[in-house]
Write a protein that binds this ligand. Structure first.
Ligand SMILES: Nc1ncnc2c1ncn2[C@@H]1O[C@H](COP(=O)(O)OP(=O)(O)OP(=O)(O)O)[C@@H](O)[C@H]1O
Length: 814
């Protein structure tokens, strides 16, 4: 008898059941009979319930039933557990019975068992089930024990999982509440709607409090110099120079620096637009502070980035100090260092035997002796004659205006040159001078300013009297049109109790802030102060950008612009060499009173799509009807002047020569101001000729972009696009100064357009708060205009080719 019966005969049979057939065995017999009858084509009897049971068994023996057996055999553990469940069920039905779980049988044995049933039913052989059961049970007990042991781990897991069954059911009940899983194809899954992120101003600031709450100056603020506390002598000097009333930034800064109730005990940082009068704001208080002091000592140092600026500041200092005994000097390196040393420091022999003896006994401190100083020490000294005498150095100047490099040179190599007595340090164009490329001078100057040699005797006396010596006071003034907010750079100068003064532009005046409208007071509210570095271009400045479709033709565009703005004399314009004006089209948007300029196109490619391009054509037609150039002559009746900026010295020189070749009439009216010509006398002459309108075109590098004051200059042309927004602010600031109007023209090549309109035009920057430390935002009252120039294809191009050829030959021969 096969093990099949051991599986399907309920194992809870009692031992006495062996002799009498169980109801189940009777049922199975009926089933077998039914199968046999079916096979023989006979209809099974269905009248009795027993017959129905037999039909069920026959059904269970069908192929579908076997398939399910097949399935379970794939998962052996499940098979084991099924058998265990059967045994457990039987055990619970009859706990007294010694029931062992059945061994798992392979698929084959089950199939053969079923086959056997069919065969038995066919042959009609009747064997005793009970006998076979008894024999089988004896065999399987041992196997079952081994089997139990082998699967002990699985069975114990099953027990455990049974205990957790209720909890699992609960869980499945919960999960059945969840929505049914949806199946999708490969099409993109629907995404949640994007939440629009509204850009918001940060509610916090990382700025120190003195920068967070600057002294905002109204553009309408003004007062007389007299009311601001300027002394009578200086008032007279100012009046002689036509300076009657103080500009807004002067009105705010002078009371903070002049002696009086409002004097600020600390350092001052000034941020005010180009041409707003910052120079007088520091020159006046410095001269006022020094003019009554007895004895000549170096008490004030003014540091500026270029020698042109040194000269310019000196001129204003001399105007203000006229009639005083103050001695003003400059050091820029145009003379030899020896000449400058003799000009700055006097060496004297003083008879003082006691001091002489002390100095002789003192061991030499080699670390403090520089080779330069030894080399420059006079060698013709008669040692015998100098016995008992000591050398004393004395400053020959009260105020020194210098560049940072030359100041360091003198501190390192000029005997007797010290900053021990300096009480005023002015750093003009401070953001530039605090830049990394310049910063080395600070490492030398700041320690020199901290030295207390000059007050050592006094300080020793105070300490002897158990008193604390007062802090050494140096009034530090930092100024720029693009003042840095970078605290780490400002800290390098060791500022004490600093105060920031900011001149607000008219377009940025906050009506809600008292004192910021009209000629009111200075407002201390930081209302219009942005976290970004927002810098002003002058109110009266008219800015235009000129697209250049083909960069190689830029000189022709420049020539055309110069012609149009009246810089090329009309007599030469009608001659053979004159360029042809074809059209000037103004594609500007309407005046934008916002502080940001958003007109203009990102690139020339998008220009055609711009609605303003149609305006440009109509304007162009109008210009064609009236091709007379607009004359922008200055008030003195002279022809207008243009300061043209190029990227490099080579570019400036080349352009100057090219313009001369293209328009020979300009030869006597063009000059250059570059690094290579800066020290030469011809360059100084060029600048003064330009100031006096003797020449009308000055081509310069960016060394002329900072601080240079050419009163009444009408035009600034950026022939090469500026390298940064800061450079742009300084370049265009050479015009529209001191409340006058002026024009700036910037040529933009195709590849520069996107950068220009974003960084300088401010397109898309106004609402962006994703900014870095160096981010600059230019504030202006009017948007930048876009101006299209067209060059007519006539002889100008042929002449241009010839000029280029000649330039190439000259370059090869040089
Ligand atoms: N109170 C005043 N009245 C009339 N003109 C003045 C007054 N103060 C200054 N100016 C003139 O204004 C012009 C610009 O002044 P200044 O050179 O000091 O400007 P700035 O603010 O230093 O400009 P930048 O930032 O370009 O150096 C100069 O020509 C100067 O003579």
């Amino acid at each position: 008898m096969s093990n099949f019966y051991a599986r399907y005969v309920p194992p809870a049979k009692k031992p006495d059941a062996v002799s009498s057939p169980s109801p189940d065995s009777t049922k199975r017999k009926r089933e077998n009979d039914a199968v046999a009858q079916q096979k023989q084509g006979k209809k099974p009897k269905l009248s009795k319930p027993a017959d129905n049971e037999a039909a069920k068994v026959a059904k269970s023996a069908s192929p579908s039933r076997l398939t399910s057996v097949d399935d379970t055999s794939i998962v052996p553990e499940k098979n084991v557990l099924d058998k265990y469940r059967v045994t457990e069920a039987a055990r619970s039905a009859n706990p007294a019975a010694d029931i062992k779980p059945c061994r798992p049988k392979g698929r084959k044995s089950e199939e053969s068992a079923q086959q056997k049933i069919v065969e038995e039913s066919k042959s009609g052989e009747k064997k005793s089930d009970t006998l076979n059961d008894g024999l089988d049970q004896t065999d399987t007990v041992a196997e079952d024990v081994a089997y139990h042991k082998r699967h002990a781990a699985v069975l114990s897991k099953f027990d455990k999982s049974k205990q957790q069954e209720p909890a699992r059911h609960q869980g499945s009940a919960l999960s059945s509440d969840q929505p049914p899983v949806e199946f999708h194809g490969l099409e993109p899954l629907p995404q949640p709607e994007q939440v629009e992120v509204v850009p918001g101003k940060p509610t916090y600031s990382t700025l120190p409090s003195w920068q967070e709450a600057p002294l905002n100056v109204s553009p309408g603020l003004t007062a007389t110099f007299e009311s601001l506390g300027v002394s009578r002598g200086l008032l007279e000097n100012l009046r002689k120079s036509g300076l009657e009333k103080a500009f807004p930034i002067q009105t705010a800064v002078l009371p903070l620096l002049l002696e009086g109730l409002n004097k600020h005990d600390g350092d001052i940082c000034v941020s005010a637009a180009t041409g707003s009068g910052k120079t007088l704001a520091y020159v006046l208080p410095t001269i006022e502070g020094l003019k009554d002091l007895v004895g000549t000592k170096l008490r004030a140092v003014i540091v500026v980035p270029t020698r042109e600026l040194v000269k310019q500041v000196r001129e204003l200092c001399e105007i203000c100090a006229s009639g005083t005994s103050l001695k003003i000097a400059t050091a820029v390196g145009s003379k030899s260092i020896k000449e400058e040393q003799e000009m700055l420091v006097a060496e004297e022999k003083v008879y003082n035997p006691e001091q002489y003896r002390k100095e002789q006994e003192k061991s030499i401190d080699w670390s403090s002796i520089s080779l330069d100083k030894l080399v420059r020490k006079p060698t013709s000294e008669d040692l015998m004659e100098s016995v008992g005498y000591v050398t004393r150095y004395r400053s020959k100047v009260d105020l020194l205006i210098t560049t940072p490099g030359r100041l360091v040179d003198h501190l390192n190599s000029t005997l007797g040159f010290t900053l021990d007595d300096v009480t005023w340090l002015v750093v003009d164009e401070a953001d530039k001078l605090l830049n990394e490329s310049y910063q080395e001078w600070i490492e030398v100057v700041v320690p020199a300013l901290q030295s207390r040699t000059a007050t050592r005797d006094r300080d020793d006396l105070l300490r002897f009297m158990r008193m604390t010596p007062p802090r050494r006071k140096v009034n530090k003034i930092l100024l720029s049109a693009t003042m840095t907010r970078d605290v780490s750079k400002l800290n390098a100068l060791g500022l004490y109790n600093p105060r920031l003064v900011v001149l607000a532009g008219a377009s940025t005046v906050d009506e809600s802030v008292p004192g910021q409208t009209g000629a009111g007071d200075v407002a201390t509210n930081g209302g219009s102060h942005d976290l970004r570095d927002a810098f002003q271009v002058p109110e009266q400045l008219d800015e235009a950008a000129i697209p250049v479709p083909d960069g190689s033709e830029k000189p022709l565009y420049l020539l055309q612009l110069l012609d149009n703005i009246g810089i090329i004399p009309s007599s030469t314009r009608t001659g053979q060499s004159a360029p042809t004006i074809t059209s000037v089209s103004d594609t500007s948007s309407d005046t934008d009173t916002s502080s940001d300029s958003s007109s203009g196109s990102d690139s020339l490619a998008s220009e055609d799509e711009d609605s303003s391009s149609s305006d440009s054509e109509s304007t162009s037609d109008e210009k064609d009807e009236n091709p007379e150039p607009t004359s922008h002559s200055n008030g003195a009746g002279n022809s207008p002047r243009a300061l043209i900026f190029t990227r490099s010295t080579a570019s400036a020189t080349r352009l100057s020569r090219l313009l001369t070749l293209l328009c020979p009439a300009l030869a006597s009216r063009i000059s250059t101001l570059t690094r290579s010509t800066a020290s030469s006398a011809s360059s100084r002459r060029a600048l003064s000729s330009f100031r006096s309108s003797k020449i009308s075109i000055l081509i310069a590098t960016d060394r002329a972009s900072r601080g240079l004051d050419v009163p009444g200059l009408e035009h600034v042309v950026s022939y090469d696009v500026p390298s940064s927004a800061l450079t742009y602010v300084h370049r265009v600031g050479r015009t529209a100064r001191a409340g006058n109007s002026g024009h700036s023209w910037t040529f933009i090549e195709h590849r520069e357009a996107a950068w220009f309109w974003r960084e300088i035009g401010g397109k898309g920057k106004k609402d962006s708060f994703d900014i870095g430390a160096d981010d600059v935002w230019i504030q202006r009252s009017k948007a930048i205009r876009r101006l299209n120039l067209t060059i007519e294809q006539d002889d100008i191009k042929a002449r241009y080719d010839a000029a280029l050829q000649q330039l190439g030959e000259e370059a090869r021969n040089s």
